[in-house]
Design a protein around this ligand. Structure first.
Ligand code: NAD
Ligand code: MG
Length: 295
């Protein structure tokens, strides 16, 4: 094969994944194989020099890939995650500090409204401003039948995936200046819901609506709002109840590119939407799906 080109079907792990269950939210450091968040590969080119960025779900998976990329592009970071994910978050902290960038850890539960407000204030105060919200945190628990879906899970999924976006954005607006960018994280599930992910898929449909409506509201204020829709990406979310264990070995193999994606493959899009290069882009959803259509 020519050197300047990579076969996308073979660029990352394309074999079967071993079954492995962890209680949610799961720790990436105990996964086999470990997700690739660009720890060794992401190279920055100064695209986000001195931007101040709050990332939710930044300890692992897609949020970690965004955090590493943002730091290597020159940004300072406030990083939110759940307290039980401290071990993963500390790895990210070390990677960011290695870049000579500042990072502030803000652990806490996004299903709690007051915490969202505290988090935003703390991020703003410690960073000395706020330019970008990269809202990546989310929860997903597979339930085969609607009769087995508890009200507790239903409320929690909506609180973490949807309500926290409202709470965070409301708290952040007084701080955001013209040129700010808000990035939400939806899913292919927000277009084509699986039968076992009713609550989760419904939240992703809601995120699509939130993103587009908010973009119209904030456009005249010079604030852009976009979303990224991942396909099957190898992360802790999937092995901690996001999928039934019997679906883990072949996870992702049904897409046209025939393998699961890695978080590192989403980083460039989180960077683009945060950067001033996307100055004419708002109210959009970008799919990074291995070939699943967003329709
Ligand atoms: P991940 O488990 O590595 O990251 C999700 C993060 O969400 C966790 O690390 C955790 O910090 C955070 N989180 C969950 N509940 C929280 C709570 N109550 N309070 C605070 N933080 C909480 O998995 P990921 O796949 O990287 O997930 C990131 C985003 O990508 C999620 O929004 C998910 O829905 C979305 N997504 C993932 C896939 C996939 O296949 N992995 C596909 C489509 C969309
Ligand atoms: Mg995590």
């Amino acid at each position: 094969m020519v050197k300047h080109q990579t076969d996308p079907t073979k660029k990352y792990y394309s074999g079967k994944f071993p079954k492995q269950y962890q209680n949610p939210p799961g720790l990436q450091k105990d996964m086999k194989p470990k997700p690739d968040c660009g720890e060794e590969s992401y190279r920055g080119t100064g695209q986000l020099e001195d931007k101040k960025i709050l990332i939710t779900g930044g300890d692992s998976g897609i949020g970690r890939a965004a955090a590493i990329a943002y730091a290597r592009e020159g940004a300072d970071i406030a990083l939110n995650y759940l307290p039980e994910e401290q071990a993963d978050a500390l790895e990210v902290k070390e990677l960011i500090e290695k870049e000579g960038r500042r990072v502030f850890l803000i652990p806490g539960d996004l299903s709690n409204e007051a915490f969202n407000q505290q988090m935003v204030k703390e991020a703003h105060d410690k960073l000395g401003g706020l330019d970008v919200l990269a809202l990546v945190a989310g929860m997903q628990q597979s339930v085969e039948d609607i009769t087995g879906l508890t009200t507790e899970q239903l409320r929690r999924t909506f609180s973490v995936n949807v309500f926290s976006l409202f709470w965070t954005v409301k708290a952040a607006l007084p701080y955001l200046e013209k040129g700010a960018s808000i990035i939400t994280t939806t899913s292919v599930q927000g277009y084509n819901p699986s039968e076992n992910l009713l609550d989760y898929a419904s939240t992703k449909f809601a995120i699509n609506g939130f993103t587009r409506g908010l973009a119209k509201q904030l456009g005249p204020k010079g604030i852009r709002v976009n979303s990224i829709a991942p396909g099957p990406i190898w992360t802790a979310l999937q092995i901690s109840g996001g999928q039934p264990q019997e679906k883990i070995p072949e996870f992702g193999q049904g897409v046209p590119l025939q393998r699961a994606g890695q978080p590192a493959e989403l980083a460039a899009m989180y960077v683009y939407l945060a950067s001033d290069k996307s100055s004419y882009v708002t109210a959009q959803v970008y799919g990074i799906t291995g070939g699943i259509e967003l329709a």
